[in-house]
Ligand binder design. Sequence first.
Ligand SMILES: *[C@@H]1O[C@H](CO)[C@@H](O)[C@H](O)[C@H]1NC(C)=O
Ligand SMILES: *[C@@H]1O[C@H](CO)[C@@H](O)[C@H](O)[C@H]1NC(C)=O
Ligand SMILES: *[C@@H]1O[C@H](CO)[C@@H](O)[C@H](O)[C@H]1NC(C)=O
Ligand SMILES: *[C@@H]1O[C@H](CO)[C@@H](O)[C@H](O)[C@H]1NC(C)=O
Ligand SMILES: *[C@@H]1O[C@H](CO)[C@@H](O)[C@H](O)[C@H]1NC(C)=O
Ligand SMILES: *[C@@H]1O[C@H](CO)[C@@H](O)[C@H](O)[C@H]1NC(C)=O
Ligand SMILES: *[C@@H]1O[C@H](CO)[C@@H](O)[C@H](O)[C@H]1NC(C)=O
Length: 789
Amino acid sequence: MEANYKSVNDSRQGLTPNHPYGAGDPYYAESTGYITPQAAKKRGISNWIKIGVPVLILIIVAAVLGGVLGSRASKNDSASSNGASGADSNSPDGSGNSNVDLADSRFATATDSQWLEPLYPSTTNTAVLTTPTFRPTSNDVLSWPQDPFTFSNPSPTSLRTDRPRLIAPAYKWQALPALISNDPYLRGWNDTIFANATRYYNEPPVQYFMDGPSGILDNARDVKRRIKTFGYAYRMTNDTRWVDRTWTELQNAANNGSDPWGSPPDMNDLWNKNHFLDTAELSAAFGIAYDFFYDIWTDEQKSMIRFTLLKYGLQPGLLVYTDPSAATYGWWTNNITGNWNCVSNGGLILGSLAILGDDDTGTAEAILSHAIDNAKQNCAFGVTSDGTWKETPNYWYFGCTGHAEMSSALLTATGSDYGLSDVNPDFGKTGLFHMYSNGPGSLFSWGDHGPNKYSSTANCMFHYANQYQQPSYALFQRDQHDAPEPWSMFWYDAKTGGAFWNGAPLDHFFDDVNDQWASMRTSWTDNDAFLINIKAGRNDDHQTHNDLDCGDFVMDALGTRWFGDLGSADYRSPDYFSSGDQDAVRWQYYRKMTEGQNTILINRKNQLVSASPTVRHDSTNEAQGSSTVYTVPQDSTAFFVADMSSAYDDAQTVMRGIRFLNGRRQALLQDEINASGTVDWRVHTNATVETSGTSATLKLDGQQLKITMLDPPEGATFATGAAERFASDVTPPVPDQPNPGVTVLSVSLPAGQYTLQMLINPSWPGMKDSDFVTPKTVPLAQWDLRSHD
Ligand SMILES: *[C@@H]1O[C@H](CO)[C@@H](O)[C@H](O)[C@H]1NC(C)=O
Ligand SMILES: *[C@@H]1O[C@H](CO)[C@@H](O)[C@H](O)[C@H]1NC(C)=O
Ligand SMILES: *[C@@H]1O[C@H](CO)[C@@H](O)[C@H](O)[C@H]1NC(C)=O
Ligand SMILES: *[C@@H]1O[C@H](CO)[C@@H](O)[C@H](O)[C@H]1NC(C)=O
Ligand SMILES: *[C@@H]1O[C@H](CO)[C@@H](O)[C@H](O)[C@H]1NC(C)=O
Ligand SMILES: *[C@@H]1O[C@H](CO)[C@@H](O)[C@H](O)[C@H]1NC(C)=O
Ligand SMILES: *[C@@H]1O[C@H](CO)[C@@H](O)[C@H](O)[C@H]1NC(C)=O
C-alpha cells in the first residue's frame, strides 16, 4: 500500500489545555508530523515474536488526528471506552483518501495532565494504519552512518581516538541534523532539549542542599541533567555561551564559583561520598562535561576539571574496590543488586572513561579494572528471571539509567560493554517489565518511589531496543513525556517504524518468586482502558524498598486510577531503611505496613517478611492489533490467583484471586480466608465513597465505579475510614505522613472462615444495568478461563 504524503499538522493544539506546562511548551509546539517519503517502505516482522504473537494479518484502522482531538476534549463521548463502543477495529474506514502511515508522524502528541501518559487517537475515522507496523526501513535518510572507528580487540583502556567518546561519538553529531529534519520524534525532542537548555541557562547554578537521607542527590542529578543539556546545545550550535554556562556550573560544584557550594561538613568531601550516589552522579556530570567540550576547553580548564573529578569523585571511588576501610561508604559494591550499584559504578565508569589517557594518576584505569566486573556481578542482577526490577518499578528508572549509561559509554569509547548487557541472560526482558508496569493511570508503583528523577529517565528503553533487538521498547518510549533528553537523540534508531501495541499481548504474568505479578488490561492505547496490576511475591529481597504487600493491586478504568498505592513514606524517618526484618521499624510506618496496602490484613498484624506465595494464572491471550481502537472479544478474560497463606501468622489460609468478567468490562476480586485472628479487607482510593451495606459507590474524576459483595458472609458490611494507622498499632518513632484525599474502603470480620467476593463494575458510558453480569460462586481452586461464563 502506498501512503499519501499528507501533512497532519492540524488542530492538535486542541490538546494543550491538558498540558501540564501550558500551551506553547515545545513538546507540543512541534509535532508537525509531516509524512515523509519513507512511509512508502513497508516491510517487517513482529517484534513480539519472543512472547509468541506473530503479526501477519493486514489490519486497517482509522484514526484521524483531527477527529481524535474533538473526542479527547470530551471524555464522555470518547468512542474508545472499553466495551461501550461498537467500534470495529478491523474494518477499513472506507474514506480512502488520506491513508496516513501513523508510524511516520509523532503519534501521541500529548499526555494526559494527571499522569503524563501519552494520549493516542481514539476514534476510527479517516486515517489508516496498516500492518506490519514494525517496519524497519533501509532508507539512508534515517540511518546512522557506520562508525568510522573500528575496535579490533576491545579492551577498557584502548579507546576510540576522537571525542566525544561517551555515548555520543562525533560521527553521530555530524549525522544528527539530517536525521532531525527527517524524523518527527527527533525533531520534537531537539526542540524540547533546547528549550530546557535555555531555561537552565537562565537559572543560577544548582544550590547545594543536604536533605539528610538522600544527601545532595537531587543537586547532583540536577547538575548532571544541566551539563548533558548544555553539552547538547553546544555541540549542535558551536555557540560558546553554552561553554561558559557549563564552566560556571562546574566551578560552582567544585566550590570555586562566585558563591560557595553550600556548606559541606567536610571541605575535603564536597561530593558527599558517604551517600555515594551523589559522588557518582557528579562524577558522571564532570566526565560528560570533560568529554563533550573536550575540543574547546583549554588545557588549564581540563586540568582543573580532572583535579576536581579525581579529588572528590574518582579517588574516593577507587578506594571502594581496594581499601576495606572504605566499606563504610562503598557497601554497595558488596552483593547489592540494585540501583545503588548501577548508579555508583556507572558514574565512576563515565568519569574514568572521560579522562582516561589524560589521567597521569592511574586512578581512571584502576577504577575500570574493578567497576565493570563489579557491575556485572551486581547491577546486572537487579533484574529477575522474568525481567522485573527487584527493587520497585520506580527504582527501575535509576538502575536502568545507570546500567544503560555505563554500557553505552563503554561501547562507544571502547567497542564492548564486556558482558554488562548479557551476563544476566534475562536482563533484556526488563523493557517488558517497564511496559507492563505502566497503565493508563501510570505505574503500578508499589514500594518506595525514590527521590526526584531529574537526570534519570526511562530512555534506557532506546538503548535496550538496540541491544536486545526489541524495537517495541523504543516505540513505547518515544511517546513518553520523558523521551526528550540528549541520550535519546543518540540511542533512538529512527528507522524503527511502527506501533508498539501492534501484536502486544494484553496480559503478561511475571513469575519469578521474587515478584510474582500480573498485568491484565483491555487496551494499550486507550486512556480509559480497564487495567488490573496485582502482585504476590516475596516480602524480602527488594533492597528494603518494598512494602509488606502480598496481594496488593492497582486498578485503572474510565481514565482514572480507582485503587492505588501510597508510595514512599518520609525517607528521613528514623530507621526507615535500617532493616527489612520482621521487627524492623520500617514496618511501623503506615505506608510500608500491610495495613497501608490494598490487601488482606489478619489480626491487624503485618504480613510475614518470610512470605513465599504461590500463584496460578491464565489468559485468553488476546493481543492488540495495529489500531489504537481495540475492543476485546466477549469471551476474553484473564485471572491471577495467589496463595498468600505463608504471609500470615494467624491464618491457615489466605487466597486471593482477581479476574475480568463479561468481556473485560467487570472484575471479580475474591478472597478465601481461614483465620484465627480478625480479618480486614482494605483498599485505598482517591474516590469519594458512599457505602450502603454490602455495596459501595465510588466517584472520581467525574466517573463512577460500583463494588458489590456477592454472597456476603454474615455481618460483612462496607465501612470507610481515613488512611491512617489503627490506634492499637505500635507508634512509630515519628508520625506518619498524612494521606489527604485517600479513603480506605474496608470490611472487618472476626476470626473465622470466609469467602469474600467483590464484584467491581465501572460505569462504562452507554452500558446499561442489564449489560452487567452477576457471576456464580466458584472456589478459587476451580477458577479457569471459562469457570464464570
Ligand atoms: C534544534 O532545535 C533548535 C531550537 O528549536 C533549532 O534552532 C534547531 O534548528 C534544531 N536543530 C535542527 C537540526 O533542526
Ligand atoms: C561545529 O564545529 C565543528 C568543528 O569545527 C564542525 O564540524 C561542525 O559542523 C560545527 N557545527 C555547527 C552546527 O556549526
Ligand atoms: C577549583 O579550585 C581548586 C583550588 O584552586 C583547583 O585546584 C581546581 O582545579 C578547581 N577546579 C575547578 C573545576 O575549577
Ligand atoms: C546476596 O544477597 C542475597 C539476598 O539479597 C542473599 O540471598 C545471598 O546469600 C547474598 N550472597 C552473598 C554472597 O552474601
Ligand atoms: C525538559 O523540561 C521538561 C519540562 O520542564 C522536563 O519535564 C524534562 O524533564 C526536561 N528534560 C530534560 C532532559 O531536562
Ligand atoms: C491518588 O492519586 C495519585 C495521583 O494523582 C496517585 O499517585 C495515587 O496512587 C492515588 N492514590 C490512591 C490510593 O489511589
Ligand atoms: C481452618 O483453620 C483451622 C485452624 O485454624 C483448622 O482447624 C480448620 O480445619 C480449617 N478449616 C478448613 C476448612 O480448612
